[in-house]
Design a binder for this molecule. Sequence first.
Ligand SMILES: [Zn+2]
Ligand SMILES: [Zn+2]
Length: 142
Amino acid sequence: MTDTHKGTCFCGAVEIEVSGAPEAMGYCHCASCRSWSAGPVNAFTLWKQDKVKATKGGEYIGHFKKTERSDRQFCTKCGGHLMTDHPHWQLIDVYAATIPTVPFAPGVHVHYAETVLPMKDGLPKLRDIPAELGGSGDVVPE
Ligand SMILES: [Zn+2]
Ligand SMILES: [Zn+2]
């Protein structure tokens, strides 16, 4: 994947574009993702910050930071969710559903210890997050 892909919020006021390839893709089962998304799991794609840009409607992007580690971004017109910037990792999680033309190829499940929706797909299940991102790196059963 060396091309660019566009995505929009729920109403279309905000357009974002990603370019190149994501650093990682997978599923996050943490309570924060579930509460924010109102879904049982968050399908994430992680991109270097300079690979993601708002190409339209940037003035409608709202921010919510429960902690300094996650800058959750949404459309202030429709409330649709867009992405979460993780400044300490210098990576942005553009939710897979926001960029539907990017082929979703999940490689890992993170925060699986908190799951409410076990997914027996044979992929590695991490208790929290990889050691290189500051987690335990522990693998847990499906
Ligand atoms: Zn919108
Ligand atoms: Zn999460």
